[in-house]
Design a protein around this ligand. Structure first.
Ligand SMILES: [Zn+2]
Length: 240
C-alpha cells in the first residue's frame, strides 16, 4: 500500500468477522499501537447525543469519541474476550490509545476487549466470534459429540445385552423342549420309561377307574332298584 503505512506495525486485513487489524511486525507488550480517534461528541448537545453507531467510545459521562470516521484505522480492531491489547483511556486528554498487553507476533490479529456494554448490546445477540469464544464453542461441540457417542455406545451395549438375554432365553427354551422330547422318546423306548408309564398309567387308570366306578355305581344302583322288586317278588313267591 502506501509508504506511510509501511513503517507502522499493522495492516488492515480479512478477519473471521470481516476486516481486522493485523500485526506486520513484532509488537512488544506495553507498546502503544495506534490511537483511536474521531470527533468528540458532547452529550449535552442534543444533536451530538443523538448520534448512534458501533464506533462510539465513551470517555466520560459527557464526552464520547465518534470513531466511525474513515481515518480512524483503529476502528478495524475487533473485540476479543481474551485480547492481546487494551484501550488505554486518557479522559482528561480525551484520548484513547490501543496498547499491547502481550507480545504480539507478526500476523497476529490485534484485539481489545470492547467492554461489557458493547458485548451485551452487539456481540451477545449474534454470538462473539473471538478466538476464545470460538474455542469454547468448539470444545462444547466436541463435548456434545462425545456425549452423543457415549449415549449411542451405551444404547448399543444395552441392545447387545438384551439380544444376548433373548438368545439365552431361547436357548433355554430349546433345551427344555429337547429334554421333553427326549423324555417322550424315552417313554416309548426304555430308560426313564417307568416313571413316564407310571404317571401316564396312573392318570389313565385313575380316569378309567373313576369313570368305571361312577358308571358301575349308577349301574349298580339301577340294578339294585330293578333287582329289588324282583327280590320282593321272589320273597312273595317264597311266602306264598
Ligand atoms: Zn469472545
Amino acid at each position: 500500500m502506501t509508504a506511510s503505512l509501511s513503517h507502522k506495525p499493522y495492516r488492515v486485513g480479512r478477519s473471521r468477522t470481516g476486516l481486522g487489524l493485523f500485526a506486520t511486525k513484532a509488537i512488544k507488550k506495553g507498546t502503544k499501537i495506534i490511537r483511536y480517534f474521531g470527533p468528540l461528541l458532547d452529550s449535552k448537545k442534543k444533536d451530538e447525543d443523538a448520534i448512534e453507531n458501533k464506533y462510539l467510545f465513551e470517555l466520560t459521562n459527557r464526552w464520547t469519541i465518534d470513531g466511525s470516521v474513515r481515518e480512524n484505522v483503529a476502528r478495524y480492531i475487533n473485540h476479543a474476550c481474551r485480547p492481546n491489547a487494551e484501550s488505554d483511556v486518557k479522559p482528561r486528554k480525551r484520548k484513547v490509545f490501543i496498547r499491547a498487553i502481550k507480545d504480539i507476533e507478526p500476523g497476529d490479529e490485534i484485539n481489545y476487549d470492547y467492554g461489557t456494554d458493547y458485548f451485551k448490546a452487539y456481540l451477545k445477540p449474534i454470538g462473539c466470534k473471538c478466538d476464545a469464544c470460538e474455542k469454547k464453542r468448539k470444545k462444547k461441540r466436541a463435548e456434545a459429540r462425545a456425549e452423543r457417542l457415549r449415549l449411542k455406545e451405551r444404547a448399543e451395549r444395552k441392545a447387545k445385552r438384551e439380544a444376548e438375554k433373548l438368545a439365552e432365553a431361547r436357548a433355554k427354551q430349546r433345551k427344555a423342549k429337547a429334554k421333553k422330547a427326549a423324555k417322550a422318546n424315552g417313554k416309548v423306548g426304555n430308560g426313564k420309561a417307568l416313571n413316564g408309564k407310571k404317571l401316564n398309567g396312573k392318570t389313565l387308570n385313575g380316569k378309567a377307574l373313576n369313570g368305571e366306578h361312577l358308571n358301575g355305581h349308577s349301574l349298580t344302583a339301577s340294578t339294585v332298584k330293578r333287582a329289588t322288586p324282583s327280590k320282593r317278588a321272589a320273597a312273595r313267591v317264597l311266602q306264598a
